[in-house]
Design a protein around this ligand. Structure first.
Ligand SMILES: [Zn+2]
Length: 463
């Protein structure tokens, strides 16, 4: 045995030695037993009452309606009929975009500003109950390295690295007078790259994976509050989008595309994009193509807020106000269409701004999910669907490949919340707010979330 071990170590290097050591240590993994909990498992519209769940190391080892044996020294949590559920998954955040506006960030953000903001955002997300966050542009792998090393506190993190955007597209953050291709603050930091042909796409998409992206983010439509781009924009040729998909697939991963218009969404899906972001002109024909392609949609429901036109960033900027009026009219069928032809939809906040403002937006986005689609659909969007989306990063790029995310089942990662009350009946117990930016400041962590566990470790326990 010894000689085989030495040979293997010599051939494969030191990483294999540590795997051998951890395999030998396996019996010593710490255990946590949750007793008498009602489980929402992330997929079914019911609670499994009075169950026990054993966590060993960072995985769920056993789930049972009967007793589960533990070793001496196991941590025992008396659940007293509280709800045990998967940690929330955010599918569309921007942890490295502090706001207040895109030009201000381009002109005045240093790497220190961005790192400090990202650190505080990561901690806020975890304390709001999010154990996984997919970043939709602007963050490279540094934040994840710091979180996973335990240097800072935060969720599991799936960054997209630089936004890939055409000149004048939705992630062209360069100054108004900046010539095409000129380096910007954000391009130097690999937060946004200007991509205008297939060669650019190959170069910057590959560079994103080099910088630690787990998937790619392409800006295929324009936006409402941004400077140069009509929301109706069809950015990028079929060849360019296919090039992004090709690079992503060569890493075993996928592309998420910011797509508003129906034609943009159809083009993206036909080019192989697996995750439609926003997707505001969603309809039943799109649903059919999505199901055929195994694609997902994530949508910021705050876009359907009745007060959208009163937001200062919209109301006070004539061009944005005009865009918002036409967008609201064009997007009005999203919710009825999603009810008529449901597809796999993930939770999506899309906040750019201060930690306090984003905490409010998260609580409101949670509320809108329940208000528009019901508590069960909201909870599925926030848990198991998010886990499926995270897993699309594939066997080579997924930083967390050892278990499922977003479910309470044997072998899944132990990313768990213990909650006062039943969120299937009352969504407010997960920390919702029916007000957006004009609501009161949010608590650092919702009181009804009594335990936050990520990767088998406690980050909050008020029992
Ligand atoms: Zn976004």
């Amino acid at each position: 045995m010894k000689s085989r071990f030495m040979l293997a170590a010599a051939v494969f290097g030191l990483s294999l030695i540590s795997q051998f050591v951890s395999a030998a240590d396996e019996k010593e993994l710490p255990q946590t037993l949750f007793k008498n909990v009602n489980i929402f498992n992330g997929t079914e519209d019911r609670l499994f009452e009075n169950h026990q769940v054993l966590v060993e190391g960072n995985l769920i080892r056993a789930i049972s309606a009967g007793e589960i044996e533990t070793r001496d020294g196991a941590t025992v949590i008396e659940g007293d009929g509280r709800t045990l559920m998967p940690g929330f998954i955010e599918n569309h955040a921007h942890l490295m975009l502090p706001g207040p506006t895109l030009p201000a960030m381009e002109a005045n953000s240093t790497w220190e500003d961005l790192a400090i903001h990202g650190t505080r955002m990561a901690e806020m997300y975890l304390m709001q109950g999010f154990t996984t966050v997919r970043d939709a542009g602007g963050a490279n792998a540094g934040l994840r390295r710091a979180i996973d090393a335990g240097t800072i506190v935060g969720p599991r993190f799936y960054p997209s690295a630089a936004f890939l955007s055409t000149r004048g597209g939705h992630a062209d953050f360069a100054n108004f007078t900046s010539p095409p291709g000129a380096p910007s603050n954000f391009s130097r930091l690999n937060m946004a790259q200007e991509v205008d042909n297939v060669a650019d796409m190959n170069k910057f998409a590959r560079n994103n994976f080099r910088m630690g992206a787990t998937q790619l983010k392409y800006m295929q439509s324009g936006g409402v509050v941004s400077a140069f781009d009509p929301w109706q924009l069809l950015a990028g040729s079929r060849e360019e989008i296919e090039a992004a998909v090709g690079v992503a697939e060569s890493y075993g991963s996928y592309v998420m595309a910011h797509s508003y218009r129906k034609l943009a969404i159809m083009n993206a899906l036909n080019a192989g994009v697996r995750s439609i972001e926003h997707g505001f002109m969603f309809d039943c024909e799109i649903a059919e193509l999505m199901n055929e392609k195994g694609a997902y949609i994530t949508t910021n429901l705050t876009a359907f807020d009745p007060g959208l036109l009163d937001i200062p960033a919209v109301r006070d900027v004539p061009s944005s106000y005009r865009k918002a009026v036409s967008a609201s009219a064009a997007f009005k069928d999203y919710i009825p269409n999603m009810k008529k032809c449901p597809v796999k939809r993930g939770y999506h906040t899309d906040c750019v701004g201060s930690v306090g403002a984003c905490s409010k937006q998260i609580a409101y986005e949670k509320y809108l999910n329940g208000d528009f689609f019901g508590n069960y659909a909201a909870l599925v969007a926030m848990t198991s669907v998010g886990g499926e989306i995270a897993a699309m990063s594939g066997d080579f790029m997924n930083p967390y490949p050892d278990g499922k995310l977003g479910v309470v089942e044997k072998g899944a990662y132990a990313d768990l919340l213990l909650i006062d009350g039943n969120p299937l009946e009352d969504l407010s117990v997960i920390g919702t707010s029916d007000k957006w930016f004009d609501g009161p400041p949010r608590p650092e962590s919702p009181e009804t979330i009594r335990i936050i566990m990520k990767d088998g470790k406690f980050y909050k326990n008020t029992l």
